[in-house]
Design a protein around this ligand. Structure first.
Ligand code: M6P
Ligand code: ZN
Length: 191
């Protein structure tokens, strides 16, 4: 049960490492958790044969009052690729159709991919200082194309909910792969 607290709360964010504390929950996502989302299943398998490496971590703090339910989330995506596809978040759409979100890229470089259910697609390049408003009913995923950590802060309401099923089934309109040494967006063959 999330604790209700009607008083102001602050946490301390360490920009050097991209971690704030105190935090309520830390989620780790490894290659095995994303086995269905990377397109190259052979590459997934060969990584899993030699260990299940960490792709990203999410730290959250749901600020629950008697009248509100805003969550702070900070995600750290480690650099790397699975096959030629860059490390990324699973990606989700909100369960509720009236729930937006804000992403603030603290550092790193990559892309925020966004899709609607009726086939619209947008890409926002991410680098230090970019803030993006994700409107309701746009699925969202962050891809780290850099050589270091990509860290972003998220703000959303708890009841927004996370629906992963659609993205696990069909992915986003485009995927981000390394081609001739450069991050490149190409069409997703599952779509
Ligand atoms: C952000 C927020 C969280 C989300 C996390 C990782 O911090 O959007 O709600 O859980 O990114 O993304 P995903 O859940 O798609 O793995
Ligand atoms: Zn979200």
């Amino acid at each position: 049960m999330l604790q209700v607290n009607d008083y102001p709360i602050s946490v301390r964010f360490d920009p050097e490492v991209g971690i704030f504390s105190p935090c309520i929950e830390t989620i780790e996502r490894r290659v095995s958790d994303l086995r269905k989302v990377f397109y190259d299943h052979q590459a997934v398998q060969s990584i899993l044969n030699s260990g299940d490496r960490l792709i990203y971590e999410v730290r959250t703090y749901p600020f629950i009052t008697n009248k509100s339910d805003m969550t702070l989330g900070v995600t750290r995506i480690f650099p790397g690729k699975v096959g030629d596809e860059y490390h990324m978040t699973k990606g989700h759409i909100h369960e509720r159709d009236d729930q937006p979100e804000i992403y603030y890229c603290v550092y790193g470089c990559g892309y925020l991919l966004m899709d609607t259910l009726n086939g619209q697609f947008r890409v926002e390049p991410l680098e230090s200082g970019v803030i993006v408003h994700i409107p309701p009913m746009w699925a969202h995923r962050v891809v780290n194309t850099g050589n270091g950590l990509l860290v972003f802060v998220a703000c959303f309401h708890v009841p927004a909910g996370h629906d992963y099923s659609l993205i696990e089934r069909q992915g986003f309109t485009q995927i981000v792969v390394e081609s001739y040494g450069k991050p490149t967006l190409i069409p997703n063959k599952k779509r």
